[in-house]
Write a protein that binds this ligand. Sequence first.
Ligand code: ZN
Length: 351
Amino acid sequence: MTSVTPTPGIHHVTCVAGDPQRNMDFWVETLGLRLVKRSVNQDDPGTYHFFFADAEGTPGTSMTFFPWEDLSQGKVGSGQVSRTAFRVPEGSLDYWEERFDEHGVEYDERVERFGDEARSASENASGDEPRAETVLPFRDPDGLPVELVEVAIPDDDPTVPWTEFVPAEHAIRGFHSVTLWLANPDATMDLLDTMGLEQVATEKSPGDTPGDERTRFAAAGPVGKYVDVLPTVQAGRQGHGTVHHVAFQTPTDDDQSAMRSAVQQEGLRPTQQIDRHWFRSVYFREHNGVLFELATSDPGYDSDEPLDDLGGRLVLPGEFEARREEIEAQLADVTVPRAEAAETAESEADD
Ligand code: ZN
């Protein structure tokens, strides 16, 4: 068996949205992420593809959306990423609840996960046991379930906060985890092990829907570190407010090729490598039907736009540039929220 470099963690998560402007306004202005790439779905260039991330588009920070307005509302269920969680600095959930109140965002009661009991049950080889964590669950305007989790952010953290709308001390700092809802978790848990994630804890969590046991896997890197697994048979349906796929980091082509072979040896059917322009990707459906992607770290979102100008224009990679006029004509106009614009609007409202 080929030796596999353990994945450092989640690379990006891609979701289905409805109205593109509403999606942009929420993820940029309300949540404070940076639009690092404005492009089109490479398999359906009449649809936008938005990438929201930290200030530099660091691997492990980008939440991306296909605003497919023609689709109907989806339903979160088995065979999907059911929750996507982001890291925020310790002590910032009060700020976020206030912000959500101001912006009319629906959120739930905070949840404690992996407290003392789970911690003592989670001794593991790396000594990398999870701490008790506080989680703020909420939904985006399409009903997508999202969570903020308080984390001690180390000084040498690879993420760089984007501070246009949210101050650095409270800003989202990349992914914390994804939660998978699975009909038959065992095969997927073996796959996560093959990909180099280590089972670190289980917790009976009666507050969770729908399964009552959460099993946590930890990846090797600091960002997008965790995958939680919950058993469920509740059926889901792709549509607005659901996750389309989750991508894991395979930093180099060699890492990706070894991981691809390992996945194939598990009986799964990965695609050949596909050039996604900001990374190179391999896709496969895992045993329970969740679409997984393996993505390289390079060339990155600043490979075709200067870092200062990320997201400033519609980027049409490769052969799509030649069809710019035709493609632009199919896309709704969107305005990227700007902090200056928001201040002007507020001061006008004060007058
Ligand atoms: Zn992807």
